[in-house]
Write a protein that binds this ligand. Structure first.
Ligand SMILES: O=C(CO)[C@@H](O)[C@H](O)COP(=O)(O)O
Length: 220
């Protein structure tokens, strides 16, 4: 049986009550923590940095999926490994030598992810797909939570799934941005393995129940 995963994005958590919201995810049916690091240069927003991540990973009891929206990510790979990242995702658009970045992430004991902005073609990953543990397809322009899902992302999931099959790779597909109960099932039916959801979970009246319902919906 397939196990499609939910990764709540802590960007939508209450930053004044981060420990409470992390415990909520620990106690829920969510599979991963999704943690967004933004530098104000690659994206027009700054989220949080190393001290906050360090405080978070003291409490996280699940797989930690760190999404770097920063320029020149190679500078910080060791630090993210030391802080407890299990998956480290860099942006295709932010790496001059993507293959080298992927090697370095793996040498530091983490799984290696590559994120693609909505305008970036999945075809650009053909030559590295066998070195990538997960592709994160951005279904909004990165930088902010609470945006509308870009419909074209469905096609990108389909194209990426076909590319992975053609290249005989075992890469996971993650979709990030604007995920709700309205698009989740279609995304996994088209080939997504991991769904990131921020506002849909944390703005819900009952986040734990929302996670449980979403998990059931995508594993039907
Ligand atoms: O990386 C990002 C935004 O840049 C995402 O992880 C968002 O945090 C997802 O939030 P929602 O669209 O689900 O509110």
């Amino acid at each position: 049986m397939s196990n499609k995963l939910i990764a709540p994005s802590l960007l939508a958590a209450d930053f004044a009550n981060l420990q409470r919201d992390i415990e909520l995810i620990n106690d829920s049916e969510a599979d991963w923590f999704h943690i967004d690091i933004m530098d104000g240069v690659f994206v027009p927003n700054i989220s949080y940095g190393m001290p906050v991540l360090k405080a978070m990973t003291k409490h996280t009891k699940k797989f930690v999926d760190v999404h770097l929206m920063i320029v020149d990510p190679d500078r910080y790979i060791k630090e993210f490994a030391d802080l407890g990242a299990n998956m480290l995702t860099v942006h295709y658009e932010a790496c001059t030598h993507l293959h080298r970045s992927l090697q370095s992430i793996k040498q530091h004991g983490m799984q290696a992810g590559v994120a693609l902005n909505p305008h970036t073609s999945v075809e650009l990953l053909r030559d590295t797909i066998n070195d990538i543990d997960m592709v994160c397809l951005m279904s909004v322009n990165p930088g902010f939570g609470g945006q509308h899902f870009i419909e074209r992302s469905f096609d990108k999931v389909k194209q990426l799934k076909a590319l992975i099959k053609e290249e005989n790779a075992s890469t996971k597909i993650e979709v990030d941005g604007g995920v709700t109960d309205k698009n989740a099932k279609k995304l996994v039916d088209m080939g997504a393995d991991v769904l990131v959801a921020g506002s849909y979970i944390f703005k819900a009246e009952n986040p734990k129940q929302t996670i449980s319902d979403l998990k059931k919906l995508i594993n039907k």
